[in-house]
Design a protein around this ligand. Sequence first.
Ligand SMILES: [Zn+2]
Length: 309
Amino acid sequence: MRVKILGSAAGGGFPQWNCACPNCRALRAGTFRGKARTQAQLAISADMKSWFLLGASPDLRAQIEATPELHPREGIRQSPVAGAVLANADIDHVLGLLLLRELQPLQVYATDSIRRILSEDNSMFAMLQRVPGQVSWTDFAPQIPFRLLEPSGTDSGLRCRAFSLGTHYPAYVSAQRQGELNSGEASLGLILESSSGKSLAYMPAVPEIDGVLLKLFESADVLLFDGTFWSDDELIRIQGSGQTARQMGHVPVSSADGSLSRLAGLRRPRKIYIHINNTNPILNESGPEYAQVREAGWEIAEDGWQFDL
Ligand SMILES: [Zn+2]
């Protein structure tokens, strides 16, 4: 399985259009020691021919253009993008689906709840189903492994298992609708397995770390983990108001019960922070937070990285 990191930032990207935090300001001024990043997006493939997206970011068009493996190869209208697996219904995670609407056959895997939010409540998503054989939705349930199939029905050789991580639906989902949905299907972590048995854990939004998750992470070969915020009150300190990281469903990197400390005992997986918010000081490669994370054995994902499992 080849894994390509097309985007490594949290929602908004880095820099974010309306943000003048110290990171965004310095990046725009050309004085920042660190890299710009697009919104979190992965692509995986078993054969380097057909690719599955994990999520569909608002930056997907530019991310595909920046990735030659995802360019059309045959005929006038074709794409190596075979489908997408959705882990939640956040705008930053699903908006890119609307960019893939040009009558291209795609398999989209989602929980029943996420599929209903998108295809029943948001009429724009009807653009994905204008003709037969365009987007095929396949429901999956947490914990139950499923195979990723190409639009033709061919088995890609990749398997996926989802784990329920959070119970909050996006704010745009009405209270009435939320009451009809299964809260365990709101926000998921994904485990992708290659035919060789190697596995990738993709966990961009983790509200808390418990023993079950620790065991799950220890069984993975690569862990791509929630690096959204350095501290719980990061946004409040920068903006003067707002929610804590934990209220937004993200365990912070630092502090005694942050991910750096809680995941320090993991032995097996290669550990990489992803989904990094533009305010997070670990983006600054000359800062102490960056040094602390690197010294603890973590890597910090960058757009364009790839690895094989
Ligand atoms: Zn910023």
